[in-house]
Write a protein that binds this ligand. Structure first.
Ligand code: NDP
Ligand code: GDR
Length: 370
């Protein structure tokens, strides 16, 4: 039985990767942070009671900023594979907490590599580093490949640049099996609520159900190459099964604007959006609503721009070329943008219907002590 350690196990990718590795018969260990509220919702369905014998999904407290913790865990777990997914992953937030982002995302990666080396596991533990299309930043070349020059545009991307190169360096210096997956944006119903796709699908569902009146966004012209997280975690595993450690671009090769994503999401609930105005004055109105279950007034303003969501330095266009992954590893994505949006909308409508029921029907309470 292979043993894997996933940092960032409670995140979107950590949850899908855990499911995949468990289905392949791995013993999966995950690093979770201590938080004042539960943070394991995405992996709760995999939870096993600590009193059970022969558990194959085990969570450990830890943090990317604590070397002692990482060294001890790697010593105890003795993983065959480490998937380093933990990061402060929000680009805009990284402008507000740049030092912490550098520590967790950049030096955190060094801590993992160095722990493996110090413990003499250079030839025993393979390492996957979650690199990102944000490394390309300001457009140098389209589409972006493994040899496109980097020009990062945020504290997040610059921390990830350090992580990218320290991974390459440990591979070259110590012969470690350490690889970068340069992944373009990937989404799913498990996507964090403050990333733009999930913010849009959540709002579209809530607006359709009358739970919210308006969605505020930033730059609608940004273009992203959006794939499905399930396809991308499969590729993470394939990267560590390859004969040689290398760096790989994972992308769909299709770029779409944020505006078009809004249109597709609202279309799923039968709403046509009409966009009027330009730049910060752009607004979105209901042009029609074809589904009788969502009664929405024509002409209603449901989308507006809030400049606070504009970034100090924006990444305008990301579009990747995953030819290497497709030809050398045989990676074939199963999702396209249309079925990704459909799955996210179906999930958010289902979630919001519960809120709707509660709001409309209410619930009864009684005073236990009377
Ligand atoms: P999420 O934001 O959903 O998950 C991030 C995970 O990292 C969470 O489990 C979080 O814990 C954990 N984490 C954050 N800071 C620390 C820390 N200091 N110590 C330990 N754990 C920490 O990200 P995704 O799942 O979307 O992405 C996974 C990785 O891939 C990230 O490194 C991201 O930067 C990178 N990436 C993502 C892409 C995408 O489109 N999704 C594209 C390219 C790269 P908690 O749950 O407690 O917050
Ligand atoms: P990104 O994802 O920055 O590409 O990073 P995000 O969804 O945050 O932004 C995508 C684009 O949408 C524009 N945008 C908005 N973004 C957010 N979050 N909120 C808004 O209201 C909004 N309005 C417009 C942004 O300006 C941007 O251009 C994600 C993360 O998962 C990273 O960790 C990962 O490395 C990259 O993808 C690849």
């Amino acid at each position: 039985m292979k043993i894997a350690l996933i940092t960032g196990v409670t995140g979107q990718d950590g949850a899908y990767l855990s499911e995949l590795l468990l289905s392949k018969g791995y013993e999966v260990h995950g690093l979770k942070r201590r938080t004042s509220l539960f943070n394991t919702e995405r992996v709760d369905h995999l939870y096993q009671d600590p009193h059970e014998k022969n558990r194959n999904f085990i969570l450990h407290y830890g943090d990317m900023t604590d070397s002692t913790n990482l060294i001890r865990l790697i010593q105890e777990i003795r993983p065959d594979e480490i998937y380093n997914l933990a990061a402060m992953s929000h680009v805009q937030v990284s402008f507000e907490i740049p030092e912490y982002t550098g520590n967790a995302d950049g030096i955190g990666t060094l801590r993992i590599l160095e722990a493996v080396r110090l413990l003499g596991r250079e030839k025993k533990t393979k390492i996957y580093q979650a690199s990102t299309s944000e490394l390309y930043g300001k457009v140098q070349e389209v589409p972006q490949t493994e040899i496109t020059p980097f020009y990062p545009r945020s504290p997040y991307a610059i921390a990830k640049l350090y992580a990218y190169w320290i991974t390459v360096n440990y591979r070259e210096a110590y012969g470690m099996y350490a690889c970068n997956g340069i992944l373009f944006n990937h989404e799913s119903p498990k996507r964090g609520e403050t990333f733009v796709t999930r913010k849009i699908t959540r709002a579209a569902a809530r607006i359709a159900l009358g739970l919210q009146s308006k969605l505020y966004l930033g730059n609608l012209d940004a273009r992203r190459d959006w794939g499905h997280a399930k396809d991308y975690v499969r590729m993470m595993w394939m990267i560590l099964q390859a004969d040689e450690p290398e760096d790989w671009v994972i992308a769909t090769g299709v770029a779409t604007t944020v505006r078009e994503f809004v249109r597709l999401a609202f279309n799923e609930v039968g709403i046509e959006i009409e966009f009027k105005g330009k730049g910060v004055d752009e607004k979105g109105y209901i042009a029609s609503c074809s589904k009788p279950e969502f009664q929405l007034e024509k002409g209603l303003e449901v989308l507006a721009i809030d400049p606070k969501y504009f970034r100090p330095t924006e990444v305008d266009l990301l579009i990747g070329d995953a030819t290497k992954a497709k030809t050398k590893l045989g990676w074939i994505p199963e999702y396209n943008l249309q079925n990704l949006v459909k799955e996210m909308m179906e999930s958010d409508v289902k979630h919001m219907q519960k809120d709707c029921l509660l709001q409309k029907g209410g619930y009864q309470t009684f005073n236990y002590y009377e």
